[in-house]
Design a protein around this ligand. Structure first.
Ligand code: ZN
Length: 285
């Protein structure tokens, strides 16, 4: 007897199970400040600023140049410079491997892009740091590129803008990375002597050797809202001075209040603000 057996084949669904699921993964993100669920596309068109609470997410180096420079018409300089791993450093992973992974992921040779372009019609030299490239750390290449950009700015008498986003000096290059503090600072001193304006933009995060060198040497030091800016991390400071740190310590707003910054400007206001500042700097005296 076969009455209890199913002889007909079950109805088949033409699409395999995997394809029937709606893919939502990776399309949405949660704002770390207001916890709102935001569509990534919305965030992208809003220059990575939360449309609900104005929280500034990190912006990539290339997008930053698109934000600041006119019509994306800019020339990249020194893009071919790459670290030679002078110490053959290795921690949990060889440094050479880290470099290779970051290059592959981001399509750039190191943590900064140097561009020559125009900001509201005015020629400028602009360095834009990429935090995604080994924490935006400054090794020999970043130091050299910022120095060359400064020298180019000096030779052409065009204002220099550096957008920092960095964890500091690159430990995998040891003392060589520390030498970049002196090198970049010396080049900026020559720019200062020649009275060519230098505007430093500090974005989240700007810490360590980058804060201790070019990021704080601008004729104008401007930060984005909520950016973490400091030298050592708060835990290290608390352990050293054995005191509780005040609320909002090392945020852009705190630093502005205590005289370390000239202004905190939201991302969408940044380009008009810079344009106005350059007008002021370059007006005939
Ligand atoms: Zn938000």
């Amino acid at each position: 007897m076969t009455w209890f057996k199913r002889e007909k084949k079950p109805i088949e669904n033409p699409t395999p199970v995997e394809e029937r699921r709606v893919r939502t993964e990776g399309l949405w993100t949660k704002c770390s400040s207001c916890r709102a669920i935001i569509w990534k596309k919305d965030l992208e068109t809003n220059w990575e600023v939360c449309p609900k609470c104005d929280h500034h997410f990190r912006l990539g180096a290339r997008r930053r140049l698109e934000l600041l420079l006119d019509d994306e018409e800019w020339i990249e300089h020194d893009g071919e410079l790459a670290s030679s791993d002078p110490l053959h450093f290795s921690d949990t992973k060889p440094y050479a491997q880290r470099l290779q992974d970051a290059r592959h992921k981001l399509g750039m040779n190191d943590a900064v892009i140097t561009a020559e372009g125009r900001l509201n019609g005015r020629p400028v030299i602009c360095c834009s740091m990429e935090f995604g490239f080994i924490g935006g750390s400054m090794g020999a290449v970043v130091g050299e590129k910022v120095t060359r950009a400064t020298e180019r700015s000096l030779a052409q008498k065009h204002p220099l803008i550096v957008v920092s986003s960095s964890g500091g000096a690159r430990m995998m290059e040891g003392a060589i990375s520390l030498m970049q503090l002196a090198k970049t600072s010396a080049a900026l001193a020559r720019l200062d002597d020649a009275r060519v304006p230098f505007i430093s933009i500090l974005t989240d995060p700007t810490t360590g050797g980058v804060t201790a060198s070019y990021a704080m040497l601008g004729d104008l030091n401007v930060a984005e809202p909520g950016a973490l800016i400091g030298f050592a991390g708060p835990r290290v400071i608390e352990q050293t001075i054995r005191q509780k740190l005040p609320e909002g310590f090392q945020t852009a707003e705190f630093l502005l209040e205590h005289g370390f910054l000239d202004a905190v400007i939201s991302r969408k206001e940044l380009k008009p603000y810079l344009s106005q500042a350059l007008d002021f700097f370059l007006q005939p005296s």
